[in-house]
Design a protein around this ligand. Structure first.
Ligand code: MG
Length: 218
């Protein structure tokens, strides 16, 4: 899948979706997990991507799919070993996103010390909202982050509580992975995660960015 990004004549192709776990202390606490001392990164395949006003498809393998609302940074200029001071210059846009999670499969994987790729990587498990250029979204590090299910607020957090900032995450990830134009960084979810059901309507909101609306289906 390619994504249209404001300011780019050609669509970008997200090669990798870098997702950050436990980047809000309250969410780490609700998962009974420790707050990491460096970013905890996992990957989703690009086939998990689905755009605004699409459908999250509940897979038959799971009986407990959770919403995780997240601020997403879109990489515009790639690089390796990017300095934190330069990191935001590599971000070409921001969007509201969802890190959909098969919580039952993740729990099982944790118990077996298996990776999370299956629990996190199903098709449509990475909804991405409309992308705003950074100049239209100067306050992303000071933004309310909300998730509504059928109009009811389920998650109500704030990006100021992120343990690692967008700049720190870009710099950290680039020391491991060569970042490429179109790569996406899902920056972690605040507390309040919970299950979604067939027929639910989700709305992910990051203050200052266009909302992301998704249906849930089978
Ligand atoms: Mg997450």
């Amino acid at each position: 899948m390619t994504i249209d990004v404001p300011g780019h004549a050609e669509p970008l192709r997200p090669g990798k979706l870098l997702c950050i776990g436990r980047n809000y202390a309250e969410h780490a606490a609700e998962m009974k997990s420790e707050v990491p001392d460096e970013p905890m990164v996992f990957l989703k395949p690009s086939t998990a991507l689905v755009r605004d006003e699409g459908t999250v498809v509940l897979p038959p393998q799971s009986e407990e799919v959770h919403h995780e609302v997240e601020l997403v940074a879109v990489i515009g200029t790639g690089g390796k070993n990017i300095a934190e001071a330069d990191a935001l210059g590599h971000v070409t846009g921001y969007a509201a996103g969802l890190d959909m999670t098969a919580r039952d499969l993740q729990r099982e994987a944790k118990e077996r010390r298996h990776p999370w790729s299956v629990a996190k990587g199903f098709d449509t498990f990475a909804p991405l909202g409309p992308i705003a250029p950074p100049q239209e979204a100067p306050g992303v590090q000071e933004a309310a982050v909300r998730l509504l299910v059928n109009g009811e607020t389920r998650q109500d957090g704030h990006t100021r509580h992120m343990i690692f900032s967008v700049a720190q995450l870009v710099a950290y990830c680039s020391r491991v992975f060569t970042l490429e134009a179109g790569d996406l960084i899902y920056t972690g979810t605040p507390e309040g995660v919970g299950p979604v059901e067939d027929g639910d309507q989700l709305e992910a909101r990051v203050e200052g960015l266009p909302p992301l609306r998704m249906d849930v289906g089978r």
